[in-house]
Ligand binder design. Structure first.
Ligand SMILES: [Zn+2]
Length: 352
């Protein structure tokens, strides 16, 4: 059953309204928020002193975010490396995590209404949560792919980060993709960009680096290292370009981190990696509906982070209640802030 756009939005609002009383009761203040973080880390045995001591209990002084080790007497700063490091709005962050943990889609406007924080702060919170989700995916790649109902989705989402990073410099301020951009056409529209493997046409949406990288790739397999050398570029931006070219169906990857043009691959009888499974398409469709209904558009710059956050809402098997909370207090994850600099090509923004 397909929900109408207004239904998607009101169902989400109802879900948020139903989750909030419990959150407010559990976390009535900033201090309670910090206590909950400490308590969760201890319960999960995630709070470990530099001396190796695993905290089994700890008390903190009011307004402090550090606890003393029973073994070596040194202090551990327990929010360092977590989603809550060096921020003043801990409760709002925790609230956003709480709501997403219950399957809600959270927007900066919503956070503004609920917690009275600036929408720019709300946006920062949502994007940083996205970074943690992304980081969790990277460290749990195999597990996540296995558990996902659509492994190819895991592939799409994770590969870009695994190949590495992002364009080093954002070329420009990203355009907003508005409802008007995603509005026309049927639900089939997004399947088209990915199935153009027969065509030699190079999309006008490719950036300069994408084109330069594509120009290096022919029927003969070429390695990432060789491409980097030829272009005198580093692995980060080249990797990002390769992933985009692969997603768009221009190239396919081969053994040993090599790439060939997709038409060449077809001649050899290899299967194209651009045929998306029904589950992946269902995800894309749901994400589009969600963007239209709740966000009224997503910046190209934050698309990947948005899709990660939507993954939380979409796949409740992996993202069971409380999972995001655990991810958010896990100081062993190392979110890659370079992702903020990566801008998805327009075609992907509109397509997915
Ligand atoms: Zn210690």
């Amino acid at each position: 059953m397909v929900l109408e756009r207004s239904d998607v939005s009101s169902v989400n609002d109802l879900l948020i309204a139903s989750c909030l009383p419990e959150f407010f009761a559990l976390v009535p203040s900033e201090e309670a928020a910090i206590d909950l973080i400490l308590q969760t880390q201890i319960e999960q045995r995630k709070l470990v002193c530099r001396c190796g001591h695993v905290f089994e209990k700890a008390t903190r002084a009011a307004y402090e975010r550090r606890v003393k080790c029973a073994e070596c007497r040194r202090h551990s700063h327990f929010t360092v490396g977590t989603l809550y490091e060096r921020v003043t709005q801990v409760r709002a962050r925790l609230g956003a995590v709480w709501l997403m943990d219950h399957g809600a889609v959270v927007t900066s406007t919503k956070l503004n209404q609920i917690f009275g924080i600036a929408t720019s702060t709300g946006l920062c919170i949502i994007n940083t949560i996205g970074l943690f989700i992304e980081s969790f995916r990277q460290t749990s790649f195999d597990e996540a792919s296995e558990g996902l109902i659509c492994p190819i989705f895991g592939e799409i989402m994770i590969k870009r980060s695994r190949i590495t990073g992002a364009y080093e410099h954002a070329a420009s301020v990203p355009e907003e993709v508005t409802v008007a951009d995603v509005e026309p056409g049927s639900s089939n529209q997004f399947s088209q960009p990915f199935t153009e493997t027969e065509s030699n046409d190079i999309s006008d949406d490719l950036g300069d680096l994408d084109r330069a990288v594509l120009a290096q790739i022919s029927a003969a397999p070429i390695s990432v290292d060789t491409i980097c050398e030829s272009l005198d570029s580093t692995a980060g931006p080249v990797g990002a370009a390769l992933t985009m070219l692969e997603l768009l169906g221009h190239i396919v990857s081969g053994p040993g981190n090599s790439f060939v043009r997709s038409n060449a691959a077809k001649v050899k009888g290899s299967s194209s990696s651009t045929d998306f499974s029904p589950q992946a398409l269902a995800f894309a469709e749901a994400a589009i509906d969600n963007i239209k209904a709740i966000r009224q558009g997503v910046s190209r710059k934050y698309l990947q982070l948005y899709l990660g956050a939507f993954w939380c809402c979409f796949d409740r098997d992996i993202w069971r209640e409380g999972m995001l909370m655990l991810v958010s207090v896990d100081a062993t994850l190392t979110p890659d802030r370079n992702l903020f600099d990566y801008e998805s090509p327009l075609i992907v923004s509109v397509a997915i």
